[in-house]
Design a protein around this ligand. Structure first.
Ligand code: 13P
Length: 254
C-alpha cells in the first residue's frame, strides 16, 4: 500500500507567530477530526522549522518539511541551508524542484539530481516536483517534458534510493491560478510517471512510490482528484494557509 500524503507548502508566507498559530490549529484539527492514516507534512519557511517542530512533537502522522536545501553539507555558501541542518531541526522531508525554484532561481534538472541525492544521503525524503508550463501542454509535449525532468533528476538513483522519493506532479498552469487540472488529466500524468519508473526500475518500486498532485487543490476538488488510482495525495499551496481548508483536504481521504 502506498502512503497517502497531504503536504502544505506555505511558500514565503506567515510571520513566526502566524505560522505557529496556523500549525497549532492544523495539528489539533487533524488529531481531533481526521479518521484516516494520511501523512500530513507541514512545510513552513526555514526559520519557522524549530518553532513548529516544537508544536508537532510526536503527533502521530504529522511531519515537518522544508522548501529547499543546498547540495553541499556545509561551507562558504552564504544564505544557504544544508540537508543536515534541516534534519537537525526535525525535518523529515524537503521539497526539491518546485517550479518557482526552477523559474525564479534557475534550478536545473542537473542541479536537482545533486540535491535529491544529497537529501537522501542525509535521510531526508525529497518531495520532487515536476510539471509543465501551459505552452508545453498546449503543444501536446507535456509527457515528454515531465518524463525528461524525472529522468534527469531521479534516474541516477539506485532502486532503493528512488523508492524513498515522493513525487509531486504540479502543472505550472494550475499553480495559484485557480485552474486545477481535471481529475483525468492528473490521473493520466501520474499513471504515465509511474509507468516510466516501472520501465526503468520495476513495477514493484513504481507501485510503492507516492505521487502527489499540486495546483489549486481546495476542499471542493480534493476528493475527486484524490480518488484517482494513481493520485496518492496533494501538495497544497494557498489552501494550506487556512487551517480549516487544509484539514478538510486531509479529510478528503476519510
Ligand atoms: P496552489 O495550491 O496555491 O496552487 O500551489 C500549489 C503549489 O505550488 C504547491 O507546491
Amino acid at each position: 500500500m502506498r502512503k497517502k500524503i497531504v503536504a502544505g507548502n506555505w511558500k514565503m508566507n506567515c510571520t513566526l507567530p502566524e505560522g505557529k498559530k496556523l500549525a497549532s490549529e492544523i495539528i489539533h484539527m487533524v488529531q481531533d477530526e481526521v479518521n484516516n492514516d494520511t501523512d500530513v507534512i507541514l512545510i513552513p519557511p526555514f526559520i519557522h522549522l524549530t518553532g513548529i517542530q516544537n508544536l508537532i512533537c510526536s503527533s502521530k502522522n504529522i511531519f515537518l518539511g522544508a522548501q529547499n536545501c543546498h547540495q553541499n553539507q556545509n561551507g562558504a555558501f552564504t544564505g544557504e541551508i544544508s540537508a543536515g541542518m534541516l534534519v537537525s531541526c526535525g525535518a523529515t522531508h524537503v521539497i526539491l524542484g518546485h517550479s518557482e525554484r526552477r523559474e525564479y532561481f534557475g534550478e536545473t534538472d542537473e542541479l536537482l539530481a545533486e540535491k535529491v541525492s544529497f537529501a537522501l544521503e542525509n535521510q531526508l525524503i525529497p518531495i520532487f516536483c515536476c510539471g509543465e508550463k501551459l505552452e508545453v501542454r498546449e503543444a501536446g509535449k507535456h509527457e515528454d517534458l515531465v518524463s525528461m525532468q524525472v529522468e534527469k533528476a531521479l534516474f541516477g538513483l539506485s532502486e532503493d534510493q528512488i523508492s524513498k522519493v515522493v513525487i509531486a506532479y504540479e502543472p505550472v498552469w494550475a499553480i495559484g491560478t485557480g485552474k486545477t487540472a481535471s481529475a483525468e488529466q492528473a490521473q493520466e500524468m501520474h499513471a504515465f510517471i509511474r509507468k516510466q519508473i516501472a520501465a526503468k526500475y520495476s513495477q514493484e518500486t513504481a507501485d510503492s512510490i507516492s505521487i502527489l498532485y499540486g495546483g489549486s487543490v481546495k476542499p471542493e476538488n480534493a476528493k475527486e482528484i484524490f480518488s484517482q488510482s494513481d493520485v496518492d495525495g496533494g501538495l497544497i499551496g494557498g489552501a494550506s494557509l487556512k487551517s480549516r481548508d487544509f484539514t478538510n483536504i486531509v479529510k478528503s481521504f476519510d
